[in-house]
Design a protein around this ligand. Structure first.
Ligand code: ATP
Length: 241
């Protein structure tokens, strides 16, 4: 289980994340919600070890190290970044192979790549296609498949539906819900609160670097402040479902 206590992240003198506490339990899917600039990306990048931070981040009691992404990846934390982080000039297959570079069980890892094609047939059909030619939804699928190949114990998804058409966005939310059914622990960053709250167990609301509310998905879905205070009014939430 992920346990974050007193997380602080600075950009120069600016404290962008101001003492966050959050947990993700085994097999749990938890959303980190908030408006633009609330500090969501900064928080998850720090948890994944992609930036320096202060505070305590542990997984199953083991301390994760600030600014040590590869170590944290080996510890089972895999981040699909905002914008997907696909290597556009490389093929689908080359992108997937990036997902197994730090695995030691090479033969099994190659088999897992083949299994990924079975799981996501469109990636199999397009394995030698240049990744930037994929649609937004296919690229998100590729980014998630690459992350799964690292065999994460905790998958962090940073705005996976960003920039996707509503139907494709629905597909991505269904994909995430399916991963939860398989028992994967997930920390999901989203601005589309209503859609996120349909598939998560719990959520935290972030505003200017602080958690200002947390609770079960049902509690937060019925909380008017979620739409009004943090997400730009009912219209912003309403556009997502
Ligand atoms: P969005 O949904 O727009 O991605 P977010 O909630 O993920 O927003 P962050 O990107 O974490 O928010 O940004 C938190 C704050 O830190 C914002 O005020 C942002 O302007 C600032 N910030 C982010 N990256 C940097 C940086 N590299 N240098 C300085 N300030 C930054």
């Amino acid at each position: 289980m992920l346990k974050v206590r007193g997380l602080e992240v600075f950009y120069g003198p600016i404290r962008a994340v101001r003492g966050i506490d959050l947990d993700v339990g085994k097999g749990e899917i938890v959303a980190l919600l908030g408006a633009n600039g609330a500090g969501k990306t900064t928080t998850v990048r720090a948890i994944a070890g992609l930036s320096s931070c202060r505070g305590e981040v542990t997984y199953d009691g083991r301390a994760l190290v600030s600014n040590a992404a590869e170590r944290n990846l080996r510890a089972g934390i895999s981040l699909v970044p905002e914008g997907r982080g696909i290597l556009g000039s490389m093929t689908v297959e080359e992108n997937l192979l990036m997902g197994i570079y730090c695995r030691r069980d090479h033969a099994q890892a190659l088999k897992d790549v083949e299994d990924m094609y079975a799981r996501f047939p469109i990636l199999g059909e397009r394995r030698i296609a240049t990744a930037r030619l994929l649609s937004g939804g296919e690229q998100q699928m590729l980014a998630i498949a690459r992350a799964l190949l690292t065999r994460p114990r905790l998958l962090i998804l940073d705005e996976p539906s960003l920039g996707l058409a509503p139907k494709t966005s629905d597909f991505v939310f269904d994909l995430i819900a399916g991963l939860k059914k398989e028992g994967m622990a997930i920390l999901l960053v989203e601005q589309k609160a209503r859609q996120a709250l349909k598939i998560v167990d719990r959520a935290y609301l972030l505003e200017t670097g602080r958690i200002i509310k947390s609770g079960s998905a049902a509690e937060l879905a019925g909380d008017p402040s979620v739409s009004e205070a943090f997400l730009g009014g009912k219209a912003a939430v309403g556009t997502t479902s």
